[in-house]
Design a binder for this molecule. Structure first.
Ligand code: SAM
Length: 233
């Protein structure tokens, strides 16, 4: 069981309220017990419980166990939040487990959801990081327009747009090269508009297929991130 503690290097301090409750009520940690912590920036630590109640858990960080190396590649996912927020949470949870660095929620012409609660979604990512025993926390961007996300995309990286465009579209797994920074854009339930697809091309994005089936947004996003990860394992 891992705890997420971004303040871990701050000497004796309190765990976040949610983590304290989990430690006390679920894991029944008591004074003197040892906890394993990650700081979301690659650090793994051990700490001892100094005092604990339902509301507060004070800890003494005893040592830095190790620094987890960053993967040799990085992935950014541009994706439109789904109408059903649970499905969007699956994207965050599953892509975090598989390996992702940055998730940028985008507003597109056919977006069915126009707002998200970033704080709640960050908890989903934190929980998936701990569950999959990772020490690097993926970042979640604030919802922005697709045009803005395209402008901010890494000019030096590989850039792809998952496109349902027939048999001649190259397959992601045959096109994407291992290493470096890969950005992949996945559209909303209603797909990207032709104007958005054109805009992406003018921002140096290449169309890629994820196979012959029409996948739901969440399936397409998870499949794409998994394909990129597999090319790098
Ligand atoms: N009616 C929409 C259309 O025709 O574009 C369907 C959109 S699909 C449910 C949602 C998004 O998932 C698409 O915009 C695309 O980015 C991605 N997607 C789904 N299946 C795909 C596939 N087989 N290959 C590439 N991208 C796919």
């Amino acid at each position: 069981q891992l705890f997420y503690d971004p303040d871990v290097q701050r000497g004796p301090h309190a765990l976040r309220a949610e983590e304290a409750r989990h430690a006390f009520q679920v894991l029944r940690k008591r004074v003197g017990d040892e906890l394993n912590l990650v700081d979301g920036k690659g650090g793994w630590y051990k700490a001892t419980v100094a005092s604990i109640s339902k509301r507060e858990c004070l800890i003494d960080v005893t040592l830095l166990r190790r620094e987890a190396a960053r993967a040799s590649y990085s992935t950014t996912l541009l994706v439109a939040p789904t109408k059903n927020i649970d499905r969007f949470e699956w994207i965050l949870e599953k892509t975090t487990e598989i390996g992702i660095d940055f998730i940028q929620p985008i507003l597109t012409q056919h977006s069915e959801r126009k707002n998200i609660r970033t704080d709640r979604l960050e908890r989903v990512i934190e929980s998936a990081m701990k569950q999959s025993l990772q020490a690097w926390l993926p970042a979640l961007g604030n919802l922005c327009s697709f045009a803005e996300a395209l402008q901010q995309s890494d000019p030096a990286g590989q850039k792809y747009l998952a496109y349902l465009g027939g048999q001649n579209t190259p397959q992601l797994h045959r096109t994407c090269r291992p290493g470096g920074h890969v950005t992949i854009a996945v559209g909303p339930e209603g797909g990207f508009s032709p104007a958005e697809a054109e805009l992406a091309v003018s921002a140096d994005f290449n169309f890629v297929s994820l196979g012959p089936q029409r996948l739901r947004t969440e399936t397409a996003a998870i499949t794409a991130v998994h394909t990129i990860a597999q090319l790098n394992w």
